[in-house]
Design a protein around this ligand. Structure first.
Ligand code: TYD
Length: 211
């Protein structure tokens, strides 16, 4: 099964990835954890270029292609082989991040970005995507509280995040696999929601998830 996490920076998805992994480990599942961009030697090198604050002159199209390159390597080298071995593959971000950030956020043609993503991920589309939803004001607040300096993309202004959020909402309206979870709940509440949805999915499938 392929599960991805999405949301604005500082939404808390990395914590939720860890909590879900702990839960699945207790159930003796085979698990592969991935972070995007990154996850393979080549993809981690691309990650460094993408997030380096010194690369302020990077064009939007270069950015989109580098994310796609990093992802393509990850899909071929890790995701598809692990799914074929019946692993639970869990990824902190995946194709929807490119649609939301590069498409809606940077303003690159949405249809083109989406087509490129489908080309890159082949048949490895997520079964379930947890979208941890927080308002922009909360991004600002958490950014200011954070002691680590923001990376190149986290340094973007609020209007950018507004557009990214609009993108996520559009994807949520169009894709059944995209499960919105209130990111202002406590981490335990969010985790409990995620486990509930996952169990429902495994018993009933995507079509009857809410019944
Ligand atoms: P993120 O996982 O949030 O970083 P961290 O590991 O520091 O928590 O991802 C890094 C940044 O890259 C984040 O601002 C979102 C951005 N991003 C895109 O713009 N497009 C993409 O396709 C991906 C995967 C990430």
């Amino acid at each position: 099964m392929f599960i991805t996490f999405e949301g604005l920076d500082f939404c808390g998805k990395s914590t939720q990835v860890k909590m879900l992994v702990e839960y699945l480990k207790k159930k003796n599942k085979k698990i592969e954890i991935i972070r995007e961009p990154g996850g393979t030697l080549i993809s981690e090198k691309i990650r460094e270029i993408l997030l380096d604050n010194k690369n302020s002159e990077m064009s939007e199209i270069t950015e989109m292609l580098l994310f796609a390159g990093s992802r393509s390597q990850l899909v071929d080298e890790k995701i598809i082989p692990k799914l074929n071995e019946d692993y639970y593959v869990i990824s902190d971000r995946f194709l929807d991040s490119s649609i939301a950030y590069q498409g809606y956020g940077r303003g690159i043609d949405i249809d083109f970005v989406t087509k490129l993503q489908k080309f890159v991920v082949k048949n490895a589309l997520p079964d379930l995507t947890f979208f941890i939803d927080i308002p922009i004001s909360e991004v600002e607040k958490r950014k200011n509280e954070n002691e680590i300096a923001p990376d190149r993309i986290e340094s973007s202004e609020n209007n950018f995040y507004n557009r990214v959020l609009e993108g996520y909402n559009k994807i949520a309206a169009a894709e059944k696999r995209f499960i919105r979870i209130d990111g202002l709940l406590t981490r335990e509440q969010i985790h409990a929601e995620i486990v509930k949805v996952l169990n429902n999915y495994e018993q009933k499938g995507l079509e009857n998830l809410n019944e």
